[in-house]
Design a protein around this ligand. Sequence first.
Ligand SMILES: C[S@@+](CC[C@H](N)C(=O)[O-])C[C@H]1O[C@@H](n2cnc3c(N)ncnc32)[C@H](O)[C@@H]1O
Length: 272
Amino acid sequence: MTNGQRLKAIYSILRKILIKPSSIFLVLKDETEYESYLLKKYGKTQLPTVDINNFLQNGTAEVNHFTFLDGSSLLTDLALLKSVAASYKKCDYMEIGTWRGESILNVADTGANCTSVNLSPEDIIAMGMNEKYAHLHGCLIPDKNNIKSVYANSLTFDFGTLNQKYDLIFVDGDHSYEAVKSDSAKVYELLKDDNSMIIWHDYGYNPETPRHSVIAAILDGLPDETHQYLYHVSNTICAVFTRRNLKSIVLESPVEPDKVFSVQLKNIPFKH
Ligand SMILES: C[S@@+](CC[C@H](N)C(=O)[O-])C[C@H]1O[C@@H](n2cnc3c(N)ncnc32)[C@H](O)[C@@H]1O
């Protein structure tokens, strides 16, 4: 690294911290520290893993509105989300973090009542992010009467103003420790009843590698009595909160596959 590159890196770190103070934790606390923190506080560094087939209907799901572009969830993440939503009679669904709309559109296709909470394009630009990126938010979402968009920062938003409880909540906004902890604590209060579920994205960097900062944030954000109901879902990078009685294993990487998926692709031209 040249001195010029070093200065550029320092400048960009300082700029990031000024725009978003919580990103200082990216510098101060790396993933290894969160791993030791988890071990010390909770005696574990990952959640027990449950089979995705607990949630898919007959082992199948159809995922649509998928762009295969940057920021997309995994196909299996969306299959999980859609299948869980479909398991409720008329699911009341809320998500934090919508980006182009891939997750909410898949859930909306099940007939669910959907609410998206996402930063507004103006907030995104004010945070120093690219204008085109800001304006592409929600670009896939047509006028759908079962999708309501709320433009807000989940860290400061009063979710009580939504005046609603939910069957399923997807947490997929800011993935920093502080934000996931705050989002988890807030959404837990919005669950409708004992059958309600929370799904978190980015439980792992991939389906075999846990992201310790996110796990620490989920555990720290939720009351201790709920920790027994937290799982990682196999073949996904999602964690779930469910009071269903599920058989789990301690996942050891590298995983020996016990299933393969068949995927059929069809692309449909799209105009924003
Ligand atoms: C990974 S994307 C969501 C992807 C989407 N759930 C999907 O699967 O298609 C994360 C989104 O969270 C939004 N976001 C980030 N921080 C946020 C915050 N503090 N409050 C609300 N939304 C936030 C970003 O604008 C971005 O669109």
